[in-house]
Design a protein around this ligand. Structure first.
Ligand SMILES: *[C@@H]1O[C@H](CO)[C@@H](O)[C@H](O)[C@H]1NC(C)=O
Ligand SMILES: *[C@@H]1O[C@H](CO)[C@@H](O)[C@H](O)[C@H]1NC(C)=O
Ligand SMILES: *[C@@H]1O[C@H](CO)[C@@H](O)[C@H](O)[C@H]1NC(C)=O
Ligand SMILES: *[C@@H]1O[C@H](CO)[C@@H](O)[C@H](O)[C@H]1NC(C)=O
Length: 428
């Protein structure tokens, strides 16, 4: 709790929260002194994080008993990404259920009668060296007044956003639909004046249809006729204002970069442009992704107000087996995969149907190095969960082995998000 308060003061340096709690005042005074000391020896405008001594690992038992002791166990030093899923039928019920209206029908596995839908949330992620507690929505709301949180990315970030919304909705009381500029959807929890929003963008960069110009041009002279123009230096309008609006942002991109059904390398390739001119020679999607990540990350860093907390979420794995989605691939499993099965499905050497998962991450890791972004690494834990996709729930034509059932594992992604957030004590 205390760390949340402190961290919020950085988000809103001008708000003078007057607490009658003496402990709190004393605590803040100490923190301010420490912060002043630290600031005097660090460049104020830099985003560098000051490493902090972190707490000890909490016993695993604590999590099993369902207590959320000030996000105990959450620590910047913990590697949440390596661990195991444990089946735990006594796990406390999910923070919301299938009646949450914001759940997109195709992701509502309980209502859509996906077999085993109720089992999905009975597994808990146990990192190897610490605990990842279920976050407490009420406590979160109470310690995050007057702020806003933006999810920026493709439908997988929407999936995470919906999980977050449904978790808070139950605890929050009155909620008002409200969208910041460009957002696809957004809500304000009135009692707490906390806004959360989802900004839809597939590539982060702006893109649109491109056709050869009769007058010719560089791309035309290479024989290009149709494609998508991707402006590597222009953020898509849906989120261009988001970095200066939100206090906390969670970005993702990835799925659309390996989506030949839309960006067919021959019939409708991505054609990268910078300063309005085609980049020559034309870039492959992989190289284009690197340029876009670099440009968009520096755009966000420039645009964000000091103290804004930035996350980049890693790639969400797909679990198509027996072919890709348009080839009749499916995901009918009822249990998480074994580590061996995970390697078979995702190792880059095997070049399987879902090989893009780890490839995308290599680009993301490289792009955020030395930037203000923190990594939200959901990939490894999710790779195991071949059982947690909607599959053919609700009578879909193609199995959905890409998005996740809700409630489901994006709830755990949000636990990870909150654990990271809670560990930020000296953010600048
Ligand atoms: C799920 O099963 C229930 C009861 O068997 C049925 O009423 C409902 O229509 C089914 N829903 C879907 C989407 O198939
Ligand atoms: C939130 O904002 C309101 C109005 O600006 C202010 O009265 C209140 O103290 C703020 N709360 C926090 C926790 O900053
Ligand atoms: C709500 O929070 C925003 C910042 O997110 C702040 O600008 C505004 O003054 C707050 N409003 C109230 C009524 O507290
Ligand atoms: C990987 O597999 C795809 C089709 O399944 C193929 O087109 C591609 O050439 C393969 N790549 C490598 C590096 O083997």
């Amino acid at each position: 709790m205390a760390s949340n308060h402190h961290y919020k003061r950085h988000l809103q340096p001008l708000s003078s929260s007057s607490s009658s709690n003496t402990y709190f005042v004393v605590f803040i005074s100490i923190i301010v002194l420490i912060a002043l000391f630290l600031l005097s020896s660090h460049n104020v405008t830099s985003y560098a994080t000051i490493p902090i001594a972190v707490e000890t690992v909490k016993p695993i038992k604590q999590y099993v008993s369902g207590r959320n002791d000030d996000n105990g166990g959450a620590s910047a030093a913990c590697d949440y990404s390596e661990g195991k899923w444990f089946y735990d039928p006594t796990i406390r019920p999910p923070r919301y259920d299938e009646t949450c209206k914001e759940i997109y029908r195709g992701w509502n596995c309980v209502a859509g009668n996906r077999s085993g839908a109720l089992e999905i949330v009975k597994w808990r992620w146990q990192p190897n060296h610490c605990a990842l507690p279920q976050f407490d929505p009420l406590r979160f709301l109470e310690s995050h007044r007057n702020i806003s949180i933006g999810f920026v990315g493709d439908s997988l970030n929407r999936n995470m956003f919906v999980s977050f919304f449904c978790s808070l909705r139950r605890a929050a009381g009155e909620v008002k639909k409200w969208r910041p500029a460009g957002a696809d959807r957004g809500f304000t929890f009135l009692k707490y004046n906390l806004t959360i929003a989802y900004h839809r963008t597939n590539l982060l960069a702006r893109y649109g249809r491109w056709s050869a110009n009769a007058k010719g041009g560089e791309l035309e002279s290479l024989g290009f006729k149709e494609g998508y123009r991707v402006d590597v230096d222009i953020p898509e309008g849906t989120w261009a204002e988001a970095p200066s609006f939100h206090n906390i942002l969670i970005y993702n991109t990835g799925h659309w970069w390996w989506a030949p059904s839309k960006f067919d390398p021959v019939k409708s390739p991505m054609l990268f442009h910078e300063n309005g001119e085609p980049l020559m020679p034309p870039l492959s999607p992989e190289l284009g992704l690197d340029v876009v990540l670099r440009k968009m990350i520096s755009y966000v860093e420039e645009k964000a107000r000091p103290g804004t907390v930035l996350f980049f979420r890693t790639q969400s794995p797909r679990h198509f087996e027996g072919g890709d989605w348009y080839q009749g691939g499916s995901c009918a499993r009822l249990q998480p995969l074994s580590p061996h099965e995970v390697e078979k499905l995702f190792s880059v050497q095997n070049n399987g149907t879902n090989v893009e998962t780890r490839l995308v991450n290599e680009h993301i890791y490289e792009a955020i190095k030395g930037t203000a972004f923190r990594l939200l690494d959901v990939t490894r834990m999710s790779e195991f969960r071949a059982d947690a996709h909607p599959s053919s729930a609700g009578g879909k034509k193609h199995a959905d082995c890409m998005h996740w059932c809700l409630p489901g594992i994006t709830d755990t992604w949000n636990d990870l998000f909150i654990a990271h957030l809670s560990s930020l004590r000296y953010d600048k």
